[in-house]
Design a protein around this ligand. Structure first.
Ligand SMILES: C[S@@+](CC[C@H](N)C(=O)[O-])C[C@H]1O[C@@H](n2cnc3c(N)ncnc32)[C@H](O)[C@@H]1O
Length: 432
């Protein structure tokens, strides 16, 4: 996602304080446990703050991962669940929304790699967290140009009821909610104009087996992270507690766990880890493990596109609201929460959970240029109206310029390990 704050290089710095939980029975403290039942009916954002406070007051500080999960995907008031958060009117804009070139080149890449594997049919395109459905729409356009439609099916993993409807409206000719969703692994179905069937799921585990081309653009950065800190040679977890004083500018605060948490106990740093403070996503590990098993067992590939690092960053958990950085512990549910993806961790999981051949991460700008982004830009410009030329050109520049999204965003691909020799001989496009 691109936000003004990022463009200007702004960054949020955190300091962790090993403070004791406030004594709530003490004098002067007016925090009281709110009425959760009443709040759930309100569906409001204030309701999420109250629910989180009630939970903490009842059972103690929560993990950053629990906070992130609740804030983003709470069924009533979760950030993604009930509205469109993208574009100028929203909080951030993503690459597929900036230029059609992005989705088209991803589509060409998928087609090229699928053909190198012998064009197996039927196959499935799986997308994790499709947002407004723009990437899927542009990929479908490419496949339709090559006369593919009924040879494959679309499988969308989306937790948000609102966004799943928006996705269906973007690339389906007809779509329906599944009346008895409890009996089916999917909750919505659709058909595109070229006859491709589409299915929506809440969990990757529910997507049927089969040769799969998997896409994940800005999905992993939305998955919850735990924050861990090495104290006296022992990993301890940074937790979230209620703010100490009512008049503070935030609703919550970070505290260091007093004793070991389940996560700090089981956490295993990668070999040669030198950081003493890091973010670890169990959900990422689970999803990448599932992808690795699926690709090794049934064939296919996965392309993960996101902003991230290679195991060197320590503190990237942050919030965005209306295209600017926002305090993540203030008014939860009103701003996006995100953390940079750790590609070193992803690569490690991919290669240890399955027999996987991985490529990258490479920078987005490099991938798009290798995929012939410039000639595609020239082609679009040659047919565009004069008044649209600048926006087309600046969109492509934004995606590829290292000072904008070109180097911060990375591409990483997974293939079955049995193809390693074949792919060394016929290298994966965009990664060389
Ligand atoms: C940052 S948006 C990216 C959207 C889109 N891929 C794009 O780049 O424009 C994250 C997407 O993942 C979905 N999402 C977040 N957490 C999810 C989860 N746990 N399971 C399934 N979908 C999730 C959101 O609803 C949203 O569609």
């Amino acid at each position: 996602m691109l936000c003004m704050g990022l463009r200007f290089g702004a960054r949020r710095y955190l300091s962790y304080k090993a403070v004791r939980r406030p004594n709530l029975s003490g004098t002067g403290r007016k925090l009281t446990a709110p009425n959760i039942e009443e709040d759930q009916n309100q569906k409001g954002v204030g309701c999420l703050t109250k629910q989180l406070k009630a939970k903490i007051l009842a059972t103690g500080p929560i993990t950053v991962a629990d906070y992130m999960r609740e804030v983003l995907t709470n069924p009533h008031a979760g950030y993604y669940m009930n509205r469109d958060v993208f574009g100028l009117e929203g909080d951030f804009i993503t690459s597929p929304e900036i230029s059609q070139i992005f989705g088209e080149l991803v589509g060409v890449w998928l087609l090229n790699e699928w053909r190198k594997m012998g064009s197996p049919t039927p196959f499935q395109i799986v997308e994790l967290g499709p947002g407004r459905g723009t990437l899927a729409r542009d990929v479908l356009k490419v496949l339709a140009k090559f006369k593919l439609g009924t040879e494959f099916s679309m499988h969308l993993v989306e937790i948000s009821p609102f966004l799943s409807k928006a996705q269906a409206q973007r690339f389906c000719y007809t779509h329906d909610e599944v009346p008895d969703a409890a009996k089916q692994p999917y909750y919505q179905t659709g058909t595109t104009a070229t006859g491709t069937k589409a299915y929506w799921y809440r969990h990757l585990e529910d997507v049927p087996r089969g040769f799969s081309l998997v896409l994940a653009h800005e999905f992993f950065d939305a998955l919850p992270v735990h924050k861990l800190q090495l104290v006296n040679d022992q990993w301890q977890e940074v937790l979230i507690d209620v703010a100490e004083h009512e008049n503070e500018k935030v609703d919550f605060r970070f505290v260091l766990s007093k004793s070991q948490t389940p996560m700090s106990r089981v956490f295993q740093p990668l070999p040669q880890e030198t950081r003493t403070c890091l973010e670890y996503s169990l959900d990422t590990e689970r999803h990448v493990g599932l992808l690795a098993e699926r690709i090794e067992r049934d064939g296919g590939l996965a392309l993960i596109m996101d902003y991230g690092h290679f195991g060197e960053k320590t503190d990237t958990f942050r919030a965005f609201k209306q295209h600017a950085l926002h305090e993540p512990l203030l008014a939860p549910g009103t701003a996006d929460l995100t953390a940079d993806v750790d590609f070193k961790h992803i690569k490690h999981v991919a290669e240890t959970h399955g027999h996987i051949y991985s490529c990258g991460p490479v920078e987005q700008g490099q991938f798009l240029e290798h995929m012939q982004g410039k000639p595609r830009l020239e082609q679009l410009l040659a047919h565009a109206l004069p008044e649209n030329q600048d926006i087309i050109r600046s969109g492509y520049e934004m995606l590829t310029d290292p000072k904008q999204m070109g180097s911060r965003f990375k591409f990483f691909a997974m293939f079955p390990g049995v193809l390693a020799e074949h792919l060394k001989k016929f290298p994966v496009a965009g990664f060389t």
